[in-house]
Design a protein around this ligand. Structure first.
Ligand SMILES: *[C@@H]1O[C@H](CO)[C@@H](O)[C@H](O)[C@H]1NC(C)=O
Ligand SMILES: *[C@@H]1O[C@H](CO)[C@@H](O)[C@H](O)[C@H]1NC(C)=O
Length: 185
């Protein structure tokens, strides 16, 4: 009877080791290769090779609204009315780049997660240069999706609300509005 119990425990442990899901292995490997001793997220990809890093951006706009703002100035005896347009936009702002330090030669599964995943790696310092306000959607959790592929590709998507100035408009009917995106690094 004792033998049976011992054998039972062994089979149970063995099953746990060999049923190690590739997705679990990918997360564990990701944590090793982004550990503080081996990965510095303040150093951007390709910096050592003096090469740039290409960040591809797409936006999935789910809602937008024009907010016309009228400003009146007096110049000598004339009243000048300027119509400024602002726009409020809700979107999934998606960025994609490749970080060669995250390449895994042994694993094929991808690491999928949110804030805790993206906080371990370098991220671009992209910003909207004509924005008046930017809000991230953070309740009940950050509306953030991150994916690190085994080939080093990082995919970072976050739902945000941006308010930005369109520039002076001649006609209120004009529905053109430029959102400017810049990066400093
Ligand atoms: C990168 O640039 C620096 C300074 O211009 C130079 O000293 C270094 O050799 C370059 N490295 C590579 C890998 O080209
Ligand atoms: C970014 O876009 C370019 C051009 O479409 C493509 O060649 C490149 O592979 C893309 N990079 C990533 C990381 O998706």
């Amino acid at each position: 009877m004792k033998y049976i119990i011992v054998l039972g425990v062994f089979i149970c442990c063995a099953k746990q080791i060999y049923s190690d899901n590739p997705k679990v292995a990918a997360v564990k490997n990701f944590k090793v290769i982004t550990g503080p001793e081996v990965y510095d997220k303040d150093i951007r990809p390709n910096l050592g090779e003096n090469a740039s890093v290409q960040v591809n951006i797409t936006m999935h706009v789910t809602d937008y609204e024009f907010n016309p703002i009228t400003r009146t100035f007096s110049l000598l005896l004339c009243l000048i009315v300027v119509i400024l347009q602002e726009m409020t936009m809700v979107m999934y702002f998606r960025q994609k780049w490749t970080d060669p330090r995250l390449v895994s030669n042994t694993l094929t599964a991808d690491v999928i997660g949110g804030k805790s995943i993206i906080e371990r790696v370098w991220t671009p310092d992209t910003f909207f240069s004509n924005s008046l306000d930017v809000n991230i959607m953070k309740y009940p959790t950050r509306n953030l999706f991150a994916k690190v592929l085994h080939n080093g590709e990082v995919y970072y998507s976050e739902r945000i609300k941006v308010v930005f100035r369109c520039g002076p408009q001649i006609s209120i009917k004009s529905d053109e509005c430029d959102l400017e995106i810049e990066s400093c690094k």
